[in-house]
Design a protein around this ligand. Structure first.
Ligand SMILES: Cc1ncc(COP(=O)(O)O)c(C=O)c1O
Length: 421
């Protein structure tokens, strides 16, 4: 092995650089005993809402709580069906189940790995029927009304939101963005005629501040963003035992509050987020360039013209993934797989009755995706070592891989430019 180990993610250096500021957050909390709620939480909520170009932010104990409580606050009820994608972290579907609803899936786009709006369209058209009583669509599979859809902004890239939002309007669906991996990602909305931030497009959005995220706490934390004031108010009550005032419980809620120390930590780190996202984008550009000669064996991430991703992960697709991982591990380079088992095939969801072959695009992606090191502070020199090792591995063992075909292109008159759909 030449040189030091290159971790998949380095969370030590970044916190060392901010140590003084982070310790003073802890000191403020000790001096004021303001551990739950209070100014640290409120100030972070204001700052994060502004960052997301959203009217409200409600801090939560985790991204999972944020998703679950956003769904409930938005009106998802027990017995409903909520549609999402199979290639995501299980928290997306856990939140659906824990809101009392049943998860259902549509397949992903083979190049962006996010929800394929055409698959959503055909699901709503062919796999659902409209109920004359409620004017809702009912899933033929689950028998429940389909009330919400969760597009997941996977790896830091937003889903193709315009057609998803159009379908949601047409079929009366609530859209909750799973923005847990996409702090600061942007989407060029042809509908709105401008770039929109993750967390500002759906009825509500959920963020995770798990330590490894682009904006990570020093523990567990999450948040809901929304422009809908009553929804924000319901989230505030749901996270705090349904209280409208102390010991006045208008509804039964949960304990899903954002810890004040974590809010203070997040507020310090939020000031650095744009810079860190720039560093990730710069590293991604270099990966793209350095990997340019390996197209037949390593497929880099695809970024449509409507997307500005923040590279929570830099994910390539390879034929012989095990071989690559072994070669990189032998050179002291950490990698990850996000995610090896698409959720419809997870043991936890055996009862839903899905089979291999139901979502072939997600299944194939799950067997080929490989996440390379990516974090703020990841140096060009480290990156060159990673790519050298990838290139050597492709020469030794690299299997040719079918490169997914370009997606449809359409001229959007408002911009006079060609936009990939
Ligand atoms: C796509 C996605 N959804 C939801 C979550 C859940 O967030 P948390 O771990 O903060 O509960 C995560 C975090 O890992 C995630 O990556």
């Amino acid at each position: 092995m030449s040189g030091d180990r290159i971790p998949f993610l380095d969370l030590v250096t970044v916190h060392r650089e901010l140590e003084g500021e982070l310790i003073s957050v802890f000191k403020t909390a000790l001096d004021t005993a303001g551990f739950i709620g209070g100014p640290m939480v409120q100030e972070f909520e204001l700052d994060f809402a502004e960052f997301c170009e959203s009217r409200f932010c409600v801090g939560m104990a985790s991204g999972t709580d944020a998703l679950r409580l956003a769904l409930i606050a938005a009106g998802v009820r027990p017995g409903d069906t909520v549609v999402t994608v199979p290639l995501t972290f299980i928290a997306t579907t856990e939140a659906i189940s824990q809101a009392g609803a049943r998860p259902d899936f549509v397949d992903i786009d083979e190049r962006t790995y996010t929800m394929d709006p055409e698959k959503l369209r055909s699901y709503l058209k062919s796999e659902c029927v409209r109920s004359p009583q409620t004017d809702r669509v009912v899933s033929k599979r689950t028998g429940g009304p389909v009330t919400a859809v969760i597009p997941v902004h996977l790896y830091g890239q937003m889903a193709d939101m315009d057609p998803i939002l159009d379908l949601a309007t047409q079929y009366n669906l609530i859209v909750v963005e799973d923005a847990c991996q996409a702090h600061g990602a942007e989407y060029l909305s042809r509908r709105k005629g401008r770039w929109c931030k993750a967390g500002s497009m759906g009825r509500a959005a959920a963020f995770s501040f798990y330590p490894g995220k682009n904006l990570g706490a020093c523990g567990e934390a999450g948040a809901v963003t929304t422009d809908d004031e009553p929804l924000a108010r319901r989230c505030q009550m749901l996270r705090d035992h349904g209280q409208s005032r102390k010991y006045v419980h208008d509804i039964e809620g949960y304990n899903g509050r954002l810890d004040a120390i974590q809010a203070g930590v997040l507020r310090v780190k939020l000031r650095h987020l744009a810079k860190w996202n720039d560093q990730r984008q710069e590293r991604a550009r270099c990966y793209d360039e350095l990997l340019a000669g390996t197209e037949k064996t390593v497929v880099p991430p695809h970024v449509p013209s409507w997307s500005r991703p923040v590279y929570h992960l830099y994910v390539v697709r390879v034929g012989d993934r095990e071989g690559f991982q072994e070669d990189l591990a032998a050179a002291g380079i950490g990698t990850g797989i996000h995610y090896p088992i698409p959720l419809h095939l997870a043991k936890a969801y055996e009862g839903l009755g899905f089979r291999r072959g139901d979502f072939p695009v997600a299944e194939q992606a799950a067997s080929q995706v490989l996440s390379l090191p990516m974090f703020p502070g990841f140096s060009l020199e480290q990156q060159e070592r990673v790519v050298t090792c990838v290139v050597e591995s492709t020469k030794a063992t690299g299997q040719r891989i079918q490169v997914p075909k370009p997606t449809r292109r359409q001229i959007v008159p408002a911009y006079g430019e060609t936009v990939e759909l």
